[in-house]
Design a protein around this ligand. Structure first.
Ligand code: NAD
Length: 278
């Protein structure tokens, strides 16, 4: 099936599908099956990471799909223990080998890890990898505006993307505004709030009923209308299909206001300021 997902245009002119498929916590063999199902359903963007230990299965599914490389958008991430210039160069080679690719579309620093103090050196390696044509776009994940400011001051390429935790209970208004000012695309991880309770919130259920859609589709549609890139995860084929089918309806201002009111600044994951695990 061809893709039904419109792109966002990154700050380097590259098109990135606004909706992609995430594979966090999916074991390698299952990731291969899930990515194959997602590609069949029309997803063309896949979000993995070295630390997910499923780059191999992801790469196998991409190869088996027979889809032309230029139709695919592959993101992977550098794990914290590989930060630093030389370690990054080695870790990137290893990720490419596992994926079975000679380039990725987007390479992200997974976490800023402020206590390490290696983000700038790491990003210089990213700039080198980009200059070699092996990462078409480079960016970061879990960077707070203060981390981005320091990085932008010390390096030459403004990150194309910052992938951050973002869902109706953690709407990240200040970060989104900062990214917009800098020309950085905001990519939402855990866009469905990991499914935990968010999809049963009465306001969301009511909007879903009003549009004849599911709560997951309402939340994903909210992201799309906000301009976020989203990467929902599921290993259930019917949900994989459901989660990409968000382009045939529109939330109105009343719906958007009701979702806007759900913000609690509630994180499911760690606070990047103090997350120094390597
Ligand atoms: P998510 O918000 O996408 O939620 C996934 C869960 O929601 C599923 O496991 C399932 O339980 C439920 N679900 C999915 N579709 C559903 C549907 N249609 N109906 C009902 N329930 C449904 O959570 P996630 O996996 O944490 O985040 C998505 C992706 O973001 C990850 O797979 C990964 O690629 C990325 N991510 C990145 C970071 C980072 O630090 N950069 C951290 C976490 C996740």
């Amino acid at each position: 099936m061809s893709s039904k997902v419109p792109p966002v245009i990154l700050n380097n002119g590259v098109e990135m599908p606004q909706l992609g498929f995430g594979v966090w916590q999916v074991p390698d063999a299952e990731a291969e099956r899930a990515v194959a199902t997602a590609l069949e359903a029309g997803y063309r963007s896949v979000d993995t990471a070295a630390v997910y230990e499923n780059e191999t299965g992801t790469g196998r599914a991409l190869a088996a799909s027979g889809l032309p490389r230029e139709e695919l958008f592959v993101t992977t991430k550098l794990w914290n223990s590989d930060q630093g210039y030389d370690a990054t160069m080695r870790a990137f080679d290893a990720s490419l080998a596992r994926l079975g690719l000679d380039r990725v579309d987007l390479y992200l620093i997974h976490w800023p890890v402020p206590a390490l103090g290696k983000a700038v050196d790491t990003y210089r390696a990213f700039e080198k990898i980009h200059a070699e044509g092996r990462a078409t776009s480079i960016g970061v994940s879990n960077f707070l505006p203060e981390h981005l400011e320091r990085l932008i001051e010390a390096t030459s390429i403004i990150p194309a993307v910052n992938q951050i935790e973002l869902h109706p209970r953690l709407q990240q208004r200040e970060a989104r505004e900062f990214h917009a000012q800098q020309g950085i695309a905001t990519e939402a991880w855990s866009p469905l709030g990991q499914g935990k309770g968010l999809l049963e919130v009465p306001a969301i259920v009511a909007i879903a009923q009003k549009h004849g859609r599911t709560p997951a589709q309402v939340v994903l549609r909210w992201h799309v209308q906000l301009g976020n890139v989203v990467i929902p995860k599921s290993v259930t084929p019917s949900r994989i299909v459901e989660n990409i089918d968000v382009y045939g309806f529109e939330l109105d201002t009343e719906d958007l206001a009701a979702i806007s009111a759900l913000n609690e600044n509630h994180r499911l994951g760690p606070d990047p300021a103090g997350f120094n695990v390597t």
